[in-house]
Write a protein that binds this ligand. Structure first.
Ligand code: G3H
Ligand code: ZN
Length: 286
């Protein structure tokens, strides 16, 4: 069923695993991720960036596409459709109106008081509709679609501010920027586990780890033990699917049927998502 992230993440936090948010960029991603979740008996969050929504054809089409694929594939595991890095109150409302079951309001580039006020407005609307909300503090370096944060701009979240935002807004889960990066990592990730521990102790909400592509298993397990219940992955699926397309086209230069390379790309995404679900411990938790 289509559900919010609320129960999914509370259960994950309690039972010490993380639910994957896998971003959908087109039809094949959506197919691959839903099939992976069903096969693994895992809850799943379909992440939709504003850029991806624009590319696909709007929030409404995405909801219809997901609903119809869930019927077609007889999906029984819990699925959330979540706006990733919502940039404004208006965008969040548009996604909710279209049928998204969850939204992120990313006010991380605003001063704390403004971030809190904006997040609270979104929470008030969302909670009246049974929709879950994620917020962010600190700044995650790297690039995702149009969201670019340079090395100079990146910032680790401050635990006391995290506590303040969570208390003031009542968000369902929270993403503290603690050194993770959107896009490929240059060198080993340097995650701020000390602060993660502090935030866990100060607050009680499930934590979210953005930039989940390319994080070593040991760090994943550490993050989960410190209250992380949601891990976002996009880049890794993009890398494996594009690699598969290149391989097919190089091996068979005469191919022109789109399905002959998009099919294998879809398989690559499905395999990768299954691998992540096992690493995150969400397999057989649906
Ligand atoms: O919000 C989406 C994620 O944080 C994705 O990060 O593309 O580095 O896996 P990633
Ligand atoms: Zn992110």
């Amino acid at each position: 069923p289509l559900v919010s992230m609320k129960e999914m993440l509370e259960k994950a936090k309690q039972e010490k695993y993380a639910v994957g948010q896998f971003n959908i960029n087109n039809l094949e991603y959506t197919q691959a991720i839903l099939l992976a979740a069903q096969e693994e008996k895992s809850p799943v969050i379909l992440g939709v960036s504003e850029g991806a929504a624009k590319y696909i054809g709007g929030f409404k089409l995405i909801v219809l596409m997901v609903q119809e694929l869930m019927n077609e594939y007889k999906i029984t595991v819990p699925v959330a459709i979540h706006l990733d890095h919502g940039s404004s109150f208006e965008k969040c409302v548009q996604a909710m109106y279209a049928g998204f079951t969850s939204v992120m309001i990313d006010g991380s580039h605003y001063p704390l008081a403004e971030n809190i006020a904006l997040t609270k407005r979104v929470v008030d609307v969302a909670h009246s509709l049974g929709i879950s909300v994620e917020a962010e503090l600190g700044r995650i370096a790297g690039q995702e679609d149009d969201l670019v944060v340079t090395e100079l701009e990146k910032a680790y979240a401050i635990p006391a501010e995290c506590e303040q935002l969570i208390r003031a807004t009542g968000v369902d889960c929270f993403a503290p920027a603690l050194g993770s990066v959107h896009g490929p990592y240059k060198g080993k990730p340097q995650l701020g586990f000390d602060r993660m521990q502090e935030i866990k102790d100060l607050t009680n909400v499930p934590l979210v780890l953005h930039g989940g592509s390319g994080i070593p298993l040991e760090d994943i397990q550490n993050a989960i033990s410190l209250g992380t219940a949601k891990i976002n992955v996009n880049t890794e699926n993009q890398i494996v699917s594009t690699k598969r397309v290149r391989e097919v086209l190089e091996q068979k230069p005469d191919v022109y049927d789109t399905r002959k390379f998009m099919g294998p790309a879809r398989d690559a995404i499905k395999e990768t998502v299954i691998g992540k679900m096992r690493e995150f411990g969400s397999s057989n938790k649906a």
